[in-house]
Design a protein around this ligand. Sequence first.
Ligand SMILES: Cc1cc2nc3c(=O)[nH]c(=O)nc-3n(C[C@H](O)[C@H](O)[C@H](O)COP(=O)(O)OP(=O)(O)OC[C@H]3O[C@@H](n4cnc5c(N)ncnc54)[C@H](O)[C@@H]3O)c2cc1C
Ligand code: FES
Length: 340
Amino acid sequence: MSKFNVTLVFEDGRSESILADENDTIYMACLRNKIRILTDCLEGACATCKGHCVEGEYDMDDVSDEALSAEEAAQREVLTCQMHVRSDCVIEFPYEAKLAIKAEPRSWNCKVTAVEKISSTVQRLDIAPEVSNAEPPVFLPGQYVHLAVPGTDETRSYSFANPPHETGTCSFFIKVLEQGAMSDYVRDRAQPGDEIQMTGPFGHFYLRNPERPILMVAGGTGIAPMLSMFDHMIETGMISQPVHLLVGANDSAELFHLDVLEDYKSKGIPLTTEIAVVEGNEGWVGETGHVTALLRDELIAGGVDVYLCGPPPMIEAAESWLSDKGVDDKLVHAEKFLPS
Ligand SMILES: Cc1cc2nc3c(=O)[nH]c(=O)nc-3n(C[C@H](O)[C@H](O)[C@H](O)COP(=O)(O)OP(=O)(O)OC[C@H]3O[C@@H](n4cnc5c(N)ncnc54)[C@H](O)[C@@H]3O)c2cc1C
Ligand code: FES
């Protein structure tokens, strides 16, 4: 009997991964994992258990037309009390996780393994989760976690820069502000061996199965989830679609990992990149200005999946341009690095 990974993503961004065997309905598989998704009839007649299967293959037992119309079924709406998965799947539910899950989100005690300055304003923080008494973290490429700031009661959100298949060490790119709880920690106090708690994963910003060319816009540390996605694409062979990545920074000294981007090209991702810095320093020969000024019609011609990540003004400018151009907002995925 085959078992598949099923990731449940709730409206508040909390996600949980469970194993489901093909004979179980998703409802049963959730119950076995102490997750009580909303249900009523359990017969495919009321639609209380409805979700949206974003990824993966599945079959459905009998459902009534009133509960799930043909049009909804074609859009991959699913009645999870009648659903059997035939591959790994991602299912989104239109309500908060606390309605289905009593337990708090998972947490891991981690040890800092490295802190490295990788640009004028960015530090890479590597942490190793202790998994002797806990399952390793399971997440979708693009998602984020909460990190507790050591020595304080504060937590901050950071996107994984590592892919889901490499969780022995988790890497985060942290923009170091002049003053800030996490910024002060990584700049002044962080040392290998420090204990740090990680909770999650969270977020709707994750890589969808690439069915059309991909356009990405990353501002500053917003490149972190893109790297997680690229490594995942290579690991899973999702390299058939071209990817165009626009990278933005305030100045060229803030740029980092451009060599890593080059490596992805040689590893098989059909990746092209363009870079813009707001302030061109002496010697800068590339584009000057906001990264969103690089957006132009030819990049969206024929339809694209769009991934935007970084500072809120960058995302808002990109979303507004895409909306003016009539890009379907279902194809636009965004993560705003909002301050806490
Ligand atoms: C879903 C999500 C994912 C995120 N992922 C990342 C990530 O991968 N990498 C990353 O670097 N950040 C990321 N962030 C932002 C991060 O969570 C923190 O907000 C940021 O690192 C500042 O934390 P801090 O403790 O250093 O400063 P804080 O103590 O939170 O703030 C100190 C002061 O600085 C202001 N401030 C906060 N952010 C900025 C800013 N960008 N520019 C100017 N002033 C600011 C605050 O309003 C406050 O006045 C993410 C945010 C979200 C919501
Ligand atoms: S619980 Fe009624 S359709 Fe699934």
